[in-house]
Design a protein around this ligand. Sequence first.
Ligand code: GDP
Ligand code: MG
Length: 442
Amino acid sequence: SLSEKLQNIFKNLRGKGRLSEADVKAALKEVKLALLEADVNFKVVKQFIKSVEERAIGQDVMSSLTPGQMVIKIVNEEMVSLMGSETTEIALKPGSEITVIMMAGLQGAGKTTTTAKLAGKFKAKGRKPLLVACDVYRPAAIEQLTINGNKQGVEVFSMGTNQKPVDIAKAAIAHAKNNDFNTVILDTAGRLHVDEDMMNELIDIKANVSVDQTILVVDSMTGQDAVNVASSFNEKVGIDGVILTKLDGDTRGGAALSIKAVTGKPILYVGMGEKLSDLEQFYPDRMASRILGMGDVLTLIEKAEAQLDADKAKAMEEKLKKAEFDFNDFLEYMGQIKNMGGISSIMSMMPGLSGQMKNVSIDDDEAEKNMRRTESIIYSMTKAERSNPDILNPSRKNRIARGAGVDIADVNRLVKQFEQMKKMMKQMPGMMKGAKKGRFKL
Ligand code: GDP
Ligand code: MG
């Protein structure tokens, strides 16, 4: 496996300073193969490897990782960010305003199935979906949509096979307006290959009815081809997002990386089976793990990250004991709180506090706002002021308040809180216990 290969390359080279060019090149050679094996488009692979290489050379190696693992950590992060970092929702208009969604894609990609799956999702959100049979070439397609729509308890609008798709779409939208549907999904006809008739049909619909979202359905099993399909559709018709189907098979899902990289359009959902409930939100981090196919290495990296934070927490605790705690530590400490999932989750990690605080509810959003303000105050301090808060006289506080765009009272409050916290922490040596157990992830 890839991780074994990497371990062999970097045997005995654990945690040694910075990543050298040779370290990075050796590890990336394996990553490159993994990506190509996962069917990531070779141009995308080339560009990706180049940018990771630039970023990785010279970076510090975390003490518990080998250089090879460190490179994978960076690769993983870059992949997640390339795929959009967070999940993207399909934009829907509020209230009774109608959102029109047009499904596009090759024959067999999974449009009709996915149309019914989406209808279920929308219905569960309280929307009123109407499914529209615009595939007029195969009577079976209309029947398939009707059956699946009925299974979801959603109305299907159809006009047989003798009308043009654009006219069916127009009639369906009128029907939706008159009957209080607010989400119209057009199931269109695909072809076996990208061809002009198919594209023109979609262009025609887009030109004549106001389509809000064009969603491309792509079969992940088609691998490299998926990218060409996606860029053709994006160039000719214009797409807003992609749904990748058939990820329940053994495909490594390289198409997800390629499609996002080539079209710049987000993956919205993934199809995980033939059942109508088998549609899942797209998670870039899960997809990155799948494409890299290195579950064990990634688990190891996660542990190393938890260890890193535990080490930091330990150092902090030492400082606290010696009362060396200053505003620099305070900043870092706040960073750790964020990593641990907010104040309330920290409270629950502290054995002494969790009992006392049982009935106190903490608003994490409010706490985060306060933390941001606190951060901006500390950032407005000079280095000397941060490491020696005792020198904060009124004129310094005034300057800091102006710099941070807050009231001098806010600065005073922070300094006071800081002193209190210092006192409190000295009395609470178990403060960082939660961190040591590694109960959080970065
Ligand atoms: P269309 O021609 O694009 O409308 O594709 P269909 O919706 O008719 O789907 C083609 C075939 O793929 C059907 O047999 C579906 O059951 C199957 N299919 C669709 N999505 C998925 C999926 O996510 N996983 C699996 N295993 N099969 C799927
Ligand atoms: Mg179909």
